[in-house]
Design a binder for this molecule. Structure first.
Ligand code: SF4
Length: 239
């Protein structure tokens, strides 16, 4: 999140659960079978367990997973698993409580540790850690997180720090993000912009265009490779 805060969206601009589920159903009809709920932070959305339940009831959804900062996970892990969530990725860039607090603007690393335990106990396995690195996975913080992952039976993915405006991104180590030649992702933002690529300003409004048209245009215009994105930020597009 930006240091100086964000301009909050009015409630009526945010997609309702019914709209999200309607979109997901149409996406599944087009051959999409994996849904990842991300953010911002998805666990701050009121009724998130209900949304997972609704998405899980769509025939054809093979994978239903989430990326979270882990802070609220100890509260929700069990209910999310029962609602049909299969796995969770948790962001963790350092094991140092002070650095963590600074990077997350006030987050308590112990809440994340509790969230990881809760996720494992709830069966959201394999629990994966998303570790952002500035230059290399050999950096001390990254190595400590890797050791922590090893000791706790977690998988780890190293994500190079990205810059949307300059188009600076690399393939995720241990994951499949950032690989344009094989990328088949679409992103739907909280306010209904369907984005065919993270590093592009393209976006199709599912409310204005209708879901079918937005899907058609996103699939047709998915860029061969990402370039840059001047119109969005990670907190409102998702990583
Ligand atoms: S096509 Fe876009 S979203 Fe996909 S990996 Fe490349 S930059 Fe990322």
């Amino acid at each position: 999140m930006p240091e100086d805060g964000i301009k909050q969206l009015p409630h009526q601009e945010i997609l309702t659960f019914d709209e999200i589920v309607d979109f997901a159903k149409k996406a599944v009809e087009q051959g999409i079978d994996k849904i990842r709920i991300t953010g911002g932070e998805p666990l701050v959305r009121k009724g998130i367990v209900e949304l997972i339940k609704m998405l899980n009831s769509i025939p054809g959804v093979k994978e239903l997973v989430m990326t979270s900062n882990g802070i609220l996970l100890s509260k929700y892990a069990k209910d999310l698993a029962e609602a049909g969530l299969q796995r969770v990725n948790i962001s963790l860039d350092t094991l140092n409580p002070e650095k963590f607090k600074k990077v997350t603007r006030g987050g308590d690393i112990n809440a994340v540790f509790e969230g990881i335990v809760a996720a494992k106990e709830a069966g959201l396995n394999p629990v994966k850690l998303n570790c952002v690195i500035s230059k290399s996975s050999k950096e001390p913080d990254a190595q400590e997180v890797a050791q922590f992952a090893k000791e706790n039976g977690l998988q780890i993915r190293f994500i190079h720090q990205m810059d949307l405006k300059t188009g600076d991104f690399k393939v995720v180590e241990g994951g499949d993000g950032g690989d344009c030649a094989n990328c088949n992702r679409l992103r739907l933002t909280a306010n209904g912009q369907l984005k065919p690529c993270l590093f592009s300003d393209l976006g199709y409004d599912v409310r204005k265009l209708g879901t079918d048209k937005a899907l058609e245009l996103s699939l047709k215009n998915k860029p061969q490779t990402g370039k840059h994105n001047f119109s969005g930020d990670f907190y409102n597009i998702g990583g």
